[in-house]
Design a protein around this ligand. Sequence first.
Ligand code: PAF
Length: 282
Amino acid sequence: MQTIHHIPALREQLKAARQAGKTIGLVPTMGNLHAGHVELVNQARQHADIIVATVFVNPLQFGPNEDLDSYPRTLEADQIKLAAAGCDYLFVPSEAEMYPNGREKQTIVEVPELSEMHCGSTRPGHFRGVTTVVSKLFGIVQPDSAFFGSKDYQQLLIIRRMVADLCMPIEIHGVSIVRDRNQLALSSRNGYLSPAELAIAPTLNRVLRETAQVIQDGRRDYDQLTRQALAELENVGFKGDFMRIVRRSDLQPAGDSDQQLVILSAAYLGAARLIDNLEFDL
Ligand code: PAF
């Protein structure tokens, strides 16, 4: 695997691959890789000849009081994992490479409405930062396909919408959540959890599963159910952000006749903001 820091050098390599008729799969990340990211690369290998992963802690998607400075940066360990997973190129740009005119002057890409709800209302501007950097990475790599984890459910839907709206000829693949043996969704931010918090953290997924089960058993009082679920999380030490039962198609609140649902959730535990979701059908 070759690590590349500059856009022209990466383009040069990929031009040769493209001319040789190879397809390119992109795995964008912010680094501090875990088994969930490795699964993205595994999936990419099933669909593309050449795999490009990126590691860039994108300042545009962090709010002023968020963890941009403390976000774990573990490039050497990431390189080892990506090479072992069969990645061909790792692109690690500096902030100046990505935003040469500065953050403020960067042209932005924004998906309206979908970016403002749920995580977007707690983290204003977050998804605008994500869609801007992902658009740039798409422009730099020009992949045939790109791979995103479905733990970031709203992000995945927003990227699909952006690609459709802007007619980007890229196939977007959502990859299933990878969990630890206690069903905690793997996340780079799990590293912020103390051993005691790590023991509590799987409650988030347990509450999601219990909530989906009672809905499948017939309950439709969604607001009451999410209030109860958040109260249960707070009882064990979480600080709830939100939990919502929504339609998978547009993330709007589920009504009685909707059948394809997802529960979206976010909650703080110590220094970590954890997210998880559960899709189910009625
Ligand atoms: O999901 C992430 O890790 C980031 O939001 C992404 C897609 C790499 C953009 O910075």
